[in-house]
Design a protein around this ligand. Sequence first.
Ligand SMILES: [Zn+2]
Length: 357
Amino acid sequence: MLDAMTSRPRPEPFRYEERVPPGERRQFRAEVGENYLGDTVEIPVTVVNGVGEGPTIFFTAAIHGDELNGVKVVQEIATRYDPEALRGTLVCLHVCNVPAYEAQQRYTPIYDQDLNRAFPGKGRSTTTERMASKIYHRFIRPCDLGIDFHTSTRNRTTIYHVRADLENEDANRLARSFGANVMLTGSGDAGSLRSVATSADIPTITVEMGRAHRFQPVLIEKALDSVESVFAEYDVLPGRPVHWPGWYKITTPESAKRWLRADIGGLVDMEWGPYPLVRADEVICRITDHFSTKEDVVRAPFDGLIVGALENPVAAPGHPVCHLVRLDETTVEEIEREIDRGEFDGYRRYGHRWAAE
Ligand SMILES: [Zn+2]
């Protein structure tokens, strides 16, 4: 709608069952189902509707109930922006899978279902599909773009990276403006929020950051900076700079990426670090049996970046110990320069713990 006086587009209210007019922040709980007691299950939602015209952006966390870094990021986004200063609308779904969050586990406790394979959901199907349907139709459909926050699954950790369909022009713009150094391209798994929303013309990226069951402040701050970079790109916060990354690596699920696995059972000693950059043939970890009679040495098959690693230090044969992405010499050199300048410290491994704390 155009404003008669200025002929600029006028912002619209955000509508779900109710409406949030421009200039308002509203915090409420939205019913998405019932538990065994017949009590309603509600997700906490914040809508911040800016006074200026701009995109409607959703932020989702805890679609997997034990992935907490994003919950903190969304809490911050929900409170730190004044609707008077914003162009556009922020739709913050603080905890999407409430039953899984209450149990502090990845999947919905009822039949162990994955909410991130259930979108767009069905109103007359399983508990998880019904929950997905309510979330999707009320809050995701009215948006123009979205960011879904995840972490690695338990016992592992992952480097800060974005997953997006970079072949899709709009998703590509969103992913690049987020400014992560590592981007994994692909259309995403069937039923995931990212793939379903992106195919419905709501370009969506997934952010993977660190470990489950933790708040990792360095990663949380990094994500908040990335969100501001997206706001700059889409003019949600006018006059701010977009943070383009100094180097970036795009990889696909199939190519140039390898899970290195244990060949014996035993104790895992990680040797790489403190930075997740390894040269070909460098020792990544050693696996020994309890009598120290057997040893399996896992070496880097090529120059690469460790993007995922085992955290629980015991392994059985076939266990993934490390996820490695191949790097070309130019990227290796750029990362080495960042290490020298102290700009790569967000990716350091401290002692036996990996990823920034
Ligand atoms: Zn997840």
